[in-house]
Design a binder for this molecule. Structure first.
Ligand code: PLP
Length: 433
């Protein structure tokens, strides 16, 4: 796979370079120069395949020039021991549950595959890397769990003290081993500033091979295409055109759906659903893209005012608004609508949704109401409801929502974190010690 920068198509990189750099030197995004199609034979028998078999087939199609098939199989097996099941919610309406991985959110798919792929390259080159991540919550959990015990990789996670939920903090601080947590006396922005400064520091760069686990890394995008194939496999028998509603923030998830589509997955339409941070629905309406500062909502993993994957999303259509609009509709919903959906779906079906999932559900319903199309509608559930317990309890008007034992067990484990100030000198001294 050859990748190019969205800012300069002559600036190219190999897969390995793109994975370790995350970003091209001109700060564009890496895009595959050529997107190969999966075979018809694969799509014809896809309903009989497991998640890992599908992941292997899609990876092989994309990566076989870079990695031998037997190694691709090992990379996939090491990354995934969880599935992406479809649950019928209402007539022809299906929830794609993406929260069966270790941190119970869809970012596990990207983080686990990135870790597995990086480790493969590192073992071959006999290198070690040190990953630095600043997190405001969910990303850190997925990265921590994804890189836990992966050979050749050490991880330091910085999080703002008192500003992540109990569950999120425990996901970062109870692993041990190669994952170290730093509790920073400051904000998320302070954490991010510390990481940025570390990447610029000569002494640290001499001692360590520093890397980031950036969410726009191509190795996080690729594995997110697998579950679109897996979803299709599970609704194929319905015999209707398939539509995906994707709850979006930075639009990595939707971009991965577009990658699957360009590889030949039969998708009839995509729905880009957001909360009040609606720059992309506005772009789809009017053709103009105006990034703005983000506003806070109850679906806070989607509070993004200038989505980092926007350019990738439009590049799949040659940056042509008319083309984008043919395949993607955009809708947005506020917190009240989101809570109402959580309550109504629970009352009618007993199914509990996290606020992000509820936004996706609303987008699908809106699309079906407006177009009156008969489709197999799939909305993506990006996190387990128990990760957003306060919001769920508030929406349902109860405080008796059950949390799965995996999360309650986590809450009883002791936290291990090192407290540091927000001053770079302290952080550097910690890393050098
Ligand atoms: C990150 C996240 C999103 C947004 O995904 P993007 O790929 O950034 O669009 C949605 N829901 C949850 C729970 C998330 O953690």
């Amino acid at each position: 796979m050859i990748l190019y920068s969205t800012k300069n198509q002559h600036l190219k990189a190999s897969l390995e370079e793109a994975v370790f750099r995350s970003l091209p030197p001109d700060n564009g995004l890496y895009m595959p120069e050529f997107i190969p199609k999966v075979s018809t034979e694969f799509l014809n028998k896809i309903e009989n395949l497991t998640f890992n078999e599908i992941a292997f087939e899609v990876s092989k199609t994309l990566l076989s020039e870079d990695i031998p098939e037997s190694d691709i199989r090992l990379i996939v097996e090491r990354a995934f021991d969880f599935d992406a099941p479809i649950v019928p919610i209402e007539d022809k309406t299906y929830c794609l549950e993406l929260f069966h991985g270790p941190s119970m959110a869809f970012k596990d798919f990207g983080a686990r595959f990135m870790a597995s792929l990086m480790s493969y390259f590192l073992v071959r080159s006999q290198k070690e890397i040190h990953i630095l991540v600043a997190t405001s919550g969910d990303t850190g959990g997925a990265v921590a769990q994804g890189f836990y015990n992966v050979p050749g990789i050490n991880v330091t996670i910085l999080y703002p003290s008192g500003k992540v939920s109990d569950i999120q903090e425990k996901q970062l601080t109870t692993l041990g081993g190669n994952v170290k947590a730093l509790e920073v006396d400051g904000t998320f922005d302070d954490c991010q500033a510390l990481v940025k400064q570390a990447f610029l520091d000569d002494e640290l760069n001499q001692k360590y091979n520093l890397a980031s686990a950036n969410s726009i890394n191509i190795s996080r995008l690729i594995p997110q295409s697998f579950y679109y194939f897996r979803a299709y496999a599970q609704v194929k028998h319905v015999g209707l055109p398939v539509v995906f509603s994707v709850p979006s923030g930075n639009f990595g998830n939707l971009s991965a759906g577009l990658l699957a589509y360009r590889m030949g997955l039969p998708v009839s339409h995509f729905i880009a659903t957001t909360n009040r941070n609606n720059v992309v629905p506005n772009y789809l309406d009017r053709g103009a893209y105006h990034p703005v500062p983000s506003v806070e909502t109850i679906s806070n993993a989607m509070d993004v005012g200038n989505p980092s994957n926007f350019v990738r999303m439009t590049r799949f259509f040659g940056d042509d608004w008319q083309q984008v609009k043919q395949d993607i509709s955009g809708f947005w919903f506020d917190d009240e609508q989101t809570k109402t959906a959580m309550r109504e779906v629970y009352d009618h079906t007993g199914y509990l949704m996290c606020p992000h999932t509820a936004v996706a559900y609303l987008g699908l319903k809106e699309y079906i109401n407006l177009t009156k199309k008969e489709v197999a509608g799939v909305f993506l559930s990006t996190a387990h409801y128990a990760k957003f317990l306060n919001v769920v309890e508030d929406a349902l008007g109860t405080n008796e929502v059950e949390i799965p034992t995996r999360l309650s067990d986590l809450l009883s484990k002791p936290k291990v974190a090192t407290s540091i100030s927000k001053h770079f000198g302290d952080f550097k001294a910690y890393l050098l010690s």
